[in-house]
Design a protein around this ligand. Structure first.
Ligand code: BV8
Ligand code: ZN
Length: 248
């Protein structure tokens, strides 16, 4: 149910999109919520693993300390993800990529649902849960090709592999974040969809876009630390609101 204020906001955002040539989108766990993927801070069962908060089990230190337990955590999440599908938010963003002369989608998510919806060249700022990386030679393999052994064994050098995911305390993939900064800086419209905007450096991208002069739009049922900097806030689920903006 969209209120009168919401309709006005949607109109303003629709106009800014129609006038834009370059669009930058940052997504977080909320864009996958309507696909059934638990968010981190919405409570739910993605926030804690055997009593450990997710920023502890998903940390660089845990890979050193207890790689089998890290795999138990990621195998649980792979199990949750295995039969989930993209929702209308992912599909709308996939359709937008051919509507603007410059369109960049950067995600903090590791679920691969943007690609499953048809998005190309997705900037995966935090990696991808479906890929494993060798801790010695950096070789990468699809987890589904590596059998049940945990930790999986590298097909090239037989050393243990880890999830190819950026854990807390780890640097983001070289190049990906810099390219996202360049795209955010030159965007005329920046959408921030489904993120609590707490995790850095990803959460700095909307600030980069704003400083570059972008019209900043937040799509989130709740306020976030970014809300006060936004030019428009669409308060509600991305799967319902993004399709209302046209460009279908
Ligand atoms: C780094 C992959 C340099 C793993 C993730 C102390 C020690 C070390 C580092 C730090 C430290 N203090 C601070 C830091 C930096 C740290 C950080 O920012 N911490 C925060 C918690 C303060 N960052 C890092 O460590 C980064 N690296 O800084 O490197 C460095 C190097 C060495 C030493 C120091 C620094 C690496 C960060 C990447 C971590 N990996 N994920 C995994 O998934 O297991 S982050 C994790 O959080 C996910 O990627 C997730 O996407 C991300 C952010 O969360 P959100 O996506 O925003 O999800 P959340 O649940 O929070 O919010 C969902 C939102 O959706 C809500 O607002 C909700 O209202 C909304 N919503 C719900 N439903 C819907 C919806 N919106 C729309 N529609 C709906 N239907
Ligand atoms: Zn190897």
């Amino acid at each position: 149910m969209t209120s009168r204020l919401q309709v006005t906001e949607i109109e303003r955002v629709r106009e800014s999109l129609h006038a834009a040539h370059s669009v930058f989108v940052l997504t977080g766990a909320g864009v996958s919520a309507e696909s059934g993927v638990p968010t981190f801070r919405g409570g739910g069962n993605a926030a804690v693993w055997k009593g450990m908060p997710f920023y502890e089990i998903s940390s660089a230190g845990m890979v050193e300390r207890d790689l089998p337990e890290v795999w138990a955590w990621f195998d649980y999440r792979l199990g949750v993800l295995s039969d989930l599908k993209p929702n209308p938010a992912h599909k709308t963003l996939a359709r937008w990529q051919d509507k603007f002369s410059s369109f960049t989608l950067a995600t903090q998510n590791i679920d691969g649902l943007h690609q499953a919806a048809g998005s190309r060249d997705v900037y995966e700022l935090h990696g991808n849960v479906w890929t494993a990386r060798c801790i010695e030679c950096d070789a990468r393999s699809d987890v589904r090709r590596l059998g049940a052994a945990r930790p999986p064994v590298c097909l090239d050098c037989r050393n243990p592999m880890r999830p190819d995911v950026v854990l807390f305390g780890e640097m983001l993939p070289v190049g990906v974040f810099d390219r996202a900064v360049d795209a955010a800086r030159t965007a005329e419209v920046c959408f921030v969809v489904g993120t609590s905007a707490l995790v850095y450096p990803a959460a700095s991208l909307p600030e980069v876009a704003k400083r570059g002069g972008a019209f900043l739009v937040e799509v989130n049922p709740e306020k976030t630390p970014l809300t006060e900097y936004c030019d428009a806030s669409l308060r509600g689920p991305a799967g319902e609101l993004l399709p209302l903006l046209g460009f279908e």
